[in-house]
Design a protein around this ligand. Structure first.
Ligand code: SF4
Length: 292
């Protein structure tokens, strides 16, 4: 089943959330920052940090001139801080090799540090209005339901997912870009994972509803726990280092997770391996870039 692009675009024109990165005057660099932040963090937590970053690092060269530790501190509690390190690296490449401007074509974007299939197309589409398929979890879910009649999407496959959404794009560039934004918005706000609000849906027809809303028969995706995980320990260790202006002794880190020394060691080791934390010559610990 096709998706009624006119109905979706008309709905988006009226109902789209007023998100700061959708406003006039936002550059491709600002959009790139928002896309990296939004990958694993909700809008409400991203928005205030993004506003700060746009002020502080309006162009890539400004970020590149800051240290890794500055960027990690500013990242704060957004989680998955490797994203911040990769963005800092990306800023350096943009400043040195791309005239401080984010490129507009997907292949060049894909060559940048930390930019994958989704982010490259999101930037090409949302910043430059390109007619490219943009596929995130929300889009996959809407397509699974509205087009394929399934309650949930199957396992991700970049090739198949991109082809699926490509086939739905309106022909003109401007409409295709709005359609992509609208499809994502529908998945984020109406066709949600837990409780799709079909009464509010702008699509006049939906394969899943037409089929009588068949239940999902495949494996359920496990909801990731946070409490007690290595990720929680990593977050606590990073918080100590973010809040300290100088390298700290091991005992300071040990205090934040006294219960399971093995887990604490593992978490610290993984932060060192990921390049988020460094050890100084005299055995102290510091954020990346602050240990030498
Ligand atoms: S009708 Fe319901 S299930 Fe179908 S796309 Fe709209 S919100 Fe999703």
């Amino acid at each position: 089943m096709a998706v009624d692009s006119s109905a979706l675009i008309n709905w988006y024109d009226v109902q789209a959330r007023d998100l700061p990165w959708r406003r006039d005057g936002v550059t491709a660099w600002h959009i790139l920052m928002s896309e990296i932040m939004l990958q694993q963090t909700p809008v409400v937590r991203v928005a205030p940090i993004w506003e700060e970053w746009v002020q502080r690092w309006p162009v890539p060269s400004r970020m590149a001139a800051s240290s890794q530790a500055d960027v990690l501190r500013a990242w704060g509690k957004l989680g998955y801080p490797r994203r911040a390190l990769r963005l800092h690296e990306c800023a350096g490449v943009l400043a040195a090799e791309h005239g401080d401007v984010v490129p507009s074509d997907v292949d060049t974007l894909l060559g940048l540090p930390g930019i994958g299939a989704y982010t490259a197309r999101a930037v090409a589409c949302f910043a430059y209005g390109q007619r490219v398929p943009v596929v995130d979890t929300n889009v996959r879910r809407v397509v699974a339901r509205a087009v394929h009649g399934s309650a949930e999407p199957g396992n991700p496959s970049t090739t198949r997912d991109l082809a699926d959404v490509s086939a739905l794009l309106p022909r003109t560039r401007a409409r295709a870009a709005t359609f992509s934004a609208a499809l994502m918005e529908l998945g984020a706000t109406v066709c949600t994972a837990r409780s799709p609000e079909c009464a509010r849906c702008p699509l006049p027809s939906c394969a899943w509803v037409d089929a009588g809303r068949p239940a999902h028969t495949g494996e359920r995706r496990k909801v990731q726990k946070f409490a007690g995980t290595d990720r929680q320990v990593r977050g606590k260790l990073m918080a100590v280092l973010r809040e300290s202006s100088a390298p700290v002794e091991r005992v300071r880190l040990d205090q934040v997770w006294p219960g399971d020394p093995g887990q604490r060691d593992r978490a610290l080791h993984s932060l060192l391996i990921d390049g988020l934390v460094e050890q100084t010559e005299n055995g102290l610990f510091a954020l990346a870039g602050e240990g030498s």
